[in-house]
Design a protein around this ligand. Structure first.
Ligand code: KPL
Length: 297
């Protein structure tokens, strides 16, 4: 059985897409919910169906854990269940940004900790409905040595969802690629309160994007993630903003719904990395502060 920690839109997408009866949601510590998690699921082709996913019972023995919590909730959520989990059960982290994944791998170096980077699009227009809004791809790789031998079986298991899943030997590099996009789009959409496509022509974006990309390129080079210069990063950021022009970014969506954002794991991660590498990151710092001023955390 696959147990999913985090019943937000991504957790519900995987729960609805994996074979029926193979998934359960993990309750929060101290919670003993009885009813299943029920929602309407709209597939890519527009068809809708009801989904009912049980909560994991104390007698269940999951053999794979997917963690789909927000980055800021991840450590505490895993702390709450790790003691009860056999040490060789693989844990796959689906968090946005960077920082939370390394923290988990450092906290449990002997466990098979894997990370996933996904471009599947899912949203939750109401508490009891989830829409698979866009087909994407998911890459899975090991963060700890103990995770290496689990990559192929986990990929095979996740592929039973009919979503496209690949093994990725350089998962950190893959997470960096996504971080660049999120760092270059999300804070601008949150501060300007606009869909992704609108940032490209905004004065505020134009004023800061080149310096932001220079900071990110320096950090990548200093972290052994080189290969991209600042103009190439800008081109990629703008291409994704245009390709997802009508999207509300996850950060803007969090702000609009009064939820904490993941800024600490996106631009905030880059600021902390800059501090540890003595690389100044004034634009990342300004964006982090502006988003924090506007959001609940
Ligand atoms: O991943 C995204 C997000 O919103 O977090 C992008 C790529 C910006 C799409 O909206």
């Amino acid at each position: 059985m696959i147990a999913i920690l985090g019943a937000g839109s991504l957790g519900r997408l995987w729960a609805a897409s994996l074979p029926a009866h193979d998934t359960a949601f993990i309750p929060r510590p101290g919670q003993t919910p009885t009813e299943s998690v029920t929602y309407r699921f709209q597939a890519l082709d527009g068809t809708e169906r009801p989904v009912a996913i049980p909560w994991l019972a104390s007698t269940d023995r999951p053999d794979l854990i997917l963690v789909t919590t927000k980055a800021g909730d991840t450590m505490q959520a895993i702390e709450g269940m790790a003691a009860a989990l056999p040490v060789m059960v693989p844990i796959v982290l689906f968090q946005n940004g960077l920082g939370s994944q390394q923290a988990v791998a450092e906290r449990w170096p002997g466990r098979p900790i894997l990370a996933a980077s996904t471009t599947e699009g899912a949203n939750r227009p109401s508490p009891d409905s989830v829409i698979h809004a866009g087909a994407g791809e998911t890459w899975v790789g090991a963060l700890t040595d103990a995770g290496q031998s689990h990559v192929a079986p986990v990929v095979e298991r996740l592929a039973t969802s009919a979503m496209t899943v690949h093994a990725e030997h350089h998962i950190l590099g893959r997470l960096w690629q996504k971080l660049v996009i999120n760092a270059g789009i999300n804070p601008f959409t949150a501060i300007l309160d606009c869909p992704n496509g609108d940032i490209v022509t905004a004065d505020f974006f134009q004023a800061h994007i080149d310096d932001l990309c220079t900071e990110i390129a320096q950090l990548m080079a200093a972290s052994g993630q080189g290969g991209s210069d600042a103009p190439a990063l800008r081109t990629r950021i703008e291409a994704v903003a245009r390709a997802t022009a009508d999207n509300t970014s996850s950060m803007r969506s969090d702000m609009l719904q009064g939820r904490p954002t993941e800024i600490d794991y996106i631009n905030g991660y880059l600021v902390r990395l800059g501090q540890s590498l003595a690389i100044p990151t004034p634009v990342n710092q300004m964006l982090t502060e502006r988003v924090k001023q506007l959001s609940p955390r």
